[in-house]
Design a protein around this ligand. Sequence first.
Ligand code: SF4
Ligand code: SF4
Length: 206
Amino acid sequence: MEIKTLKIGKKKNKLTESIIHDLRASEDIGVNKCIQCGMCTSVCPASRHSDYDSREIAKRVLEEDESVICDDIIWNCFSCYSCHSVCPVGNSVAEIVQILRQKAIAQGKLEQVVIFLVFGESLMELGVGSIPLEYFNILIEIIGDEYLDIKINLDDIREELGLGKLTLPEDDTRDIKIILEKTGFTGRLEKLRAYKESSKNSKHKG
Ligand code: SF4
Ligand code: SF4
């Protein structure tokens, strides 16, 4: 008797397999175990307040729908991990979305991340995450002069509270810069810079 086997080739499950084996995915992520119960959607704030639907994201991935990578809807998730904690089969739409976004970026879809360029530049310069200078005026407008006072006197305030200075020693900043260069972060920033420049130019032409 001939036994027929279902061939699940690499190509057929390209999207799900690439997500399961991505470094960002939990070792036992249950992408293929999704039962479409909708628990993730029921706790997802992005699903409540927008057209986003976490169950739908899990479904599109299961169906190998690669169009989900370049769908702007994946940028509505804000990584709160509520879906991750309730999924009965260990799936994680939070992780899936992060991987899909990296795929989108690798495919040159940069309009959603260009806003973070200034944060990346600030990290390169200071070695720590901080609010970039260009947001100061907006924050002063929203919070008031209090914000400016805090910024100016931050080191003294931190000292009073028994915290160290926010600025890192020069050696540490230099080491962090090297790590960011070696891990490709700097290269990504350059791509974003080029993208920002070209969008500016095309706007002026338009
Ligand atoms: S990802 Fe988990 S919670 Fe969401 S529909 Fe699938 S099984 Fe349910
Ligand atoms: S991580 Fe994203 S998909 Fe999951 S619950 Fe939060 S907003 Fe929704």
